[in-house]
Design a protein around this ligand. Structure first.
Ligand code: COA
Length: 260
């Protein structure tokens, strides 16, 4: 599958999707959103893919937001469709059923931060800046930013970033829980490769159970979420990987997980 605005490359079981409009700081136009839908759909369907790494091309940006030039003359009805298209992509990524790691190599602003927040882990260069600057354009975040930022970092941070619109540096974003880890820019590739390989070698059905329990169970009342966790826990006992993981521990050897 080839794309105009994305690069897709497999490194073993790790699929790397790179937004590739560096001259526009990888801004999300309609065509790129559509390509991302297709790329994530394909990654979700392919059993050989166990982890996805998402990043931006060029030295400056992960993604500098939704495409402002394209948004400039949208009608409210078109804007509603654009928001729904973007939100559906974020939900597709969040519900992929396999881990998605955002490699935040520079600006993650507006739709760029919304995209990163839909991923399950966010590793960033110390030079990255993140924010929800829509207010400066007379706009509101439209790809899930108000909701995911609220859930990730709480009401004070969500209100500050969305109301004031000023980007914050990576170190502060990590303090707020928006980024998982910040490393020197020249160490980011190696750091993400290591974590992606670790995830690629983990038991896929257990990874999926954890994603479901936290992302879906976590949206339910506590009793229902706990009950859901119990169901997911019990299901892992029907997998070969659970037998392999526990047996390997007892035999003091490294487990080999197959996804069965
Ligand atoms: N949509 C469309 N194009 C964008 C864009 C966006 N969100 N962000 C950057 N670009 C384009 C610029 O228009 C410019 O294109 P040009 O060279 O054809 O004029 C190119 O990307 C480079 O951006 P530039 O602004 O010149 O880079 P910079 O280093 O001076 O500034 C930013 C970087 C990120 C601070 C600045 O580009 C910016 O503020 N972008 C918009 C961020 C934003 O508001 N995002 C939320 C959108 S809802």
């Amino acid at each position: 599958m080839t794309f105009a605005n994305l690069l897709v490359e497999d490194r073993g079981a790790v699929r790397r999707i790179t937004l590739n409009r560096p001259d526009k700081l990888n801004a999300l136009n309609h065509a790129t959103l559509t390509e991302l839908h297709a790329a994530f759909e394909a990654a979700g369907r392919d059993p050989a893919v166990r982890v996805v790494v998402l990043t931006g091309a060029g030295p400056k940006a992960f993604v500098a937001g939704a495409d402002i030039a394209e948004m400039n003359d949208l009608s409210p009805a078109q804007a509603r469709d654009f928001s729904a298209h973007g939100q559906a992509l974020m939900t597709r990524i969040e519900r992929l059923g396999k881990p998605v790691v955002a490699m935040v190599n520079g600006f993650a602003l507006g739709g760029g931060l919304e995209l990163a927040m839909a991923c399950h882990l966010r590793f960033a260069a110390d030079t990255a800046k993140v924010g929800q600057p829509e207010i400066n354009l007379g706009l509101v975040p439209g790809f899930g930013g108000t909701q995911r930022l609220l859930r990730l970092a709480g009401r004070p941070a969500a209100l500050e970033l969305c109301l004031l619109g000023a980007p914050i540096d990576a170190a502060r974003a990590a303090q707020l829980g928006i980024l998982n880890k910040v490393v020197p820019a020249d160490a980011l590739e190696a750091e993400v490769e290591a974590v992606a390989n670790q995830l690629a070698n983990a038991a896929p059905l257990a990874l999926r159970g954890i994603l479901d329990a936290i992302l879906l169970g976590g949206e339910a009342p506590l009793d229902s979420g706990l009950d859901y966790e119990t169901q997911v826990f019990a299901v892992t006992f029907s997998t070969e990987d659970m037998k392999e993981g526990t047996s390997a521990f007892l035999a003091r050897r490294k487990p080999q997980f197959t996804g069965r």
